[in-house]
Design a protein around this ligand. Structure first.
Ligand code: CP
Length: 305
């Protein structure tokens, strides 16, 4: 039985296969409309979500399967003090596969240890968000036609942004990725990514404070929201929340074929005057999330058509 807890749970070849299947599903939707008939996905969301939960549910429904679950800790027995382990042991009695989001780092690993069905980490605290990473990889491949030879800028909250941590790990396995980090000092990548990951694997990256100093070099800019829910005090959040705002004016400095990605939700970091720019990929990215989750569900359930 396979799970997806962190980006390295799949090899590059396995990821390529999932992305290929996502493309195939889009080309021939009818072929897959009953692929998961009689199978049930449980979505256990202890933290808010729009895209991840709903795209998982839409994915399973479009594959002919069923969905059940909860969208907040308050509407589950976690509010009465139930542990993740007991919740998982229970839900395994009702579902064939589980997608779980939880505010605590490592919670997905705990879930996996108690599960008798595949577990998908839909975000564990500031740690990992591997299905967003699959979404991002599919988006980059669809927009650029490749996953290598790219200059990729990550901008905003690189400290708490779990989508950034997961995507960095995933991209590090492709050739000739020039990693560019753009953040205020207080929101730089956490030590475990800088030291234990980049340094140990001999991967270099460039660090900038001003977006304007490097935007012209980028093939991809991955914008992120400052993660209010992970700050210890509100004053720090308010001081840092508008550190970067990408707008039409700043885009004049960018390459004509820049791809602008954002895992969403956005707050202020991309001005709405960017939305109509063909370089804005973030809503296409949200759609890609459904396609790649369809492919992931089929893969983890071992369904081949
Ligand atoms: N990208 C993402 O995880 O969005 P949601 O928080 O809406 O699921």
């Amino acid at each position: 039985m396979r799970h997806l807890i962190e980006p390295f749970d799949f090899t590059v070849a396995e990821i390529d296969k999932i992305l290929d299947l996502a493309d195939e599903i889009v080309k021939d939707k009818e072929k897959y409309q009953e692929a998961c008939k009689h199978k049930t996905l449980a979505t256990l969301f202890f933290e808010p979500s729009t895209r991840t939960r709903l795209s998982f549910e839409a994915a399973m429904l479009e594959l002919g399967g069923n969905v059940l679950g909860f969208s907040s800790a308050q509407s589950s027995s976690a509010a009465k003090g139930e542990s993740v382990a007991d919740t998982i042991r229970t839900v395994c009695c009702y579902a064939d596969i589980i997608a779980m989001r939880h505010p605590k780092e490592g919670s997905a690993l705990v879930a996996k240890n108690y599960a008798t069905v595949p577990i998908i980490n839909a975000g564990d605290g500031g740690h990992n968000h591997p299905t967003q990473t699959l979404t991002d990889l599919l988006t980059i491949r669809r927009e650029k036609g490749r996953l290598n030879n790219l200059t990729v800028g990550f901008c905003g909250d690189l400290k708490f942004g779990r989508t950034v941590h997961s995507l960095i790990k995933a991209l590090s396995r492709y050739e000739n990725i020039d990693f560019v980090m753009i953040s205020p000092e207080e929101l730089q990548l956490p030590g475990y990514i800088r030291e234990d990951f980049f340094k140990k694997n001999n991967i270099t990256f460039r660090q900038y404070e001003r977006m304007e100093d490097v935007i012209g070099e980028l093939d991809i800019i991955y914008m992120t929201r400052v993660q209010r829910e992970r700050f210890f005090n509100e004053a720090d959040y308010i001081r840092l929340k508008d550190s970067y705002i990408l707008n039409a004016e700043k885009l004049k400095m960018a390459k004509p074929d820049l791809s602008i990605l954002h895992p969403l939700p956005r707050v202020n970091e991309i001005s709405t005057d960017v939305d109509s720019d063909p370089r804005a990929c973030y809503f296409r990215q949200a759609l890609n999330g459904k396609h790649v989750r369809m492919a992931l569900i089929m893969t983890l359930l071992g369904i081949n058509i």
